[in-house]
Design a protein around this ligand. Structure first.
Ligand code: HXC
Length: 259
């Protein structure tokens, strides 16, 4: 697939989506958002793909929404641009297959928001995070004011948004914004290994975990337990459940088929 601002590659059952506009530190304009969406659609539609890795080309993950693109927007254009990015990011968050952010460098503004829309984040020790929008006279608009407090708590999210401070990977780890920090030159190997571990499991079950966690986090605990029980029960209609449990009893490795 040829896209102007995104590379789409496959390594076996792993798709690697690379935001590729390095001259602008991968800043997101409407075209780049559309390319990210096309790459995610391709990964979602390809039955071979089990896990998606999202990363950036060059020294940035994504340095934010494209400031030159937004500079002269009118209020309704700003709102529409926010909604465009929100829709693409929500697609990443709710697509069935897991998406891991391999944060290789700057993840600022819309870049931090993009990383937060992924299932989890693994950072290079060169990564930097922040919501610098108030320094431009705007707020985050691709979900940052909503996902950041859900991930790191309200107080920390407010401090990051109000101060526009940039934090390094270790601080991001400390506050729970990323799961792991690894040396820059080992980032992709590390993330691919995590992706391979996920890909070796029952994919219907992996996707069911994503759905249960996503949907359960939106509702009260009693309703969330109901969602979990429903999803758990449905898996007993799958071949993967039969294979997974039979393999355990027979003391062999399961051969999952995705059915
Ligand atoms: C447009 C950008 C950009 C951005 C970097 N560039 N970030 N262009 N939009 N967000 C461009 C620079 O203009 C420059 O282009 C080139 O990329 C390299 O960047 P430099 O600034 O020269 O690099 P450096 O000095 O290393 O500084 C890196 C940086 C800085 C700290 C990341 O670029 C920076 O502060 N960028 C903006 C970060 C930001 O404020 N992001 C939030 C945007 S608002 P030239 O042509 O000069 O070489 C946002 C809102 C989301 O994300 C919600 C929208 C609805």
């Amino acid at each position: 697939m040829e896209l102007a601002n995104v590379l789409y590659e496959k390594e076996g059952d792993i798709a690697i989506v690379t935001v590729n506009r390095p001259k602008a530190l991968n800043a997101l304009n409407a075209e780049t958002l559309a390319d990210i969406e096309k790459a995610m659609d391709a990964a979602a539609a390809d039955p071979e793909v089990k896990v998606v890795i999202l990363t950036g080309a060059g020294r940035a993950f994504v340095a934010g929404a494209d400031i030159t693109f937004m500079q002269n927007m009118k209020p309704l254009e700003g709102r529409a641009f926010a909604m465009l990015g929100q829709a693409v990011f929500r697609k990443i968050e709710t697509m069935e297959k897991p998406v891991i952010a391999a944060v290789n460098g700057f993840a600022l503004g819309g870049g931090c928001e993009l990383a937060m829309a992924c299932d989890f984040r693994i950072a290079s020790d060169a990564a930097k995070f922040g919501q610098p929008e108030v320094g431009l006279g705007i707020t985050p608009g691709f979900g940052g004011t909503q996902r950041l407090p859900r991930l790191v708590g309200e107080g920390m999210a407010k401090e990051l948004c109000y101060t526009a401070d940039t934090i390094d990977a270790n601080e991001a780890l400390r506050i729970g914004l990323v799961n792991h920090v690894v040396p820059a030159d080992e980032l992709m190997t590390y993330v691919k290994n995590v992706a391979k571990r996920i890909a070796s499991k029952g994919q219907l079950a992996v996707r069911a975990c994503k759905k249960a966690i996503n949907e359960g986090m939106q509702v009260d605990i009693d309703r969330a337990m109901g969602i979990e029980a429903d999803i758990f029960g449905i898996l007993f209609s799958t071949e993967e459940q039969k294979e997974g449990m039979t393999a355990f009893v027979e003391k062999r490795k399961p051969a999952f088929t995705g059915k």
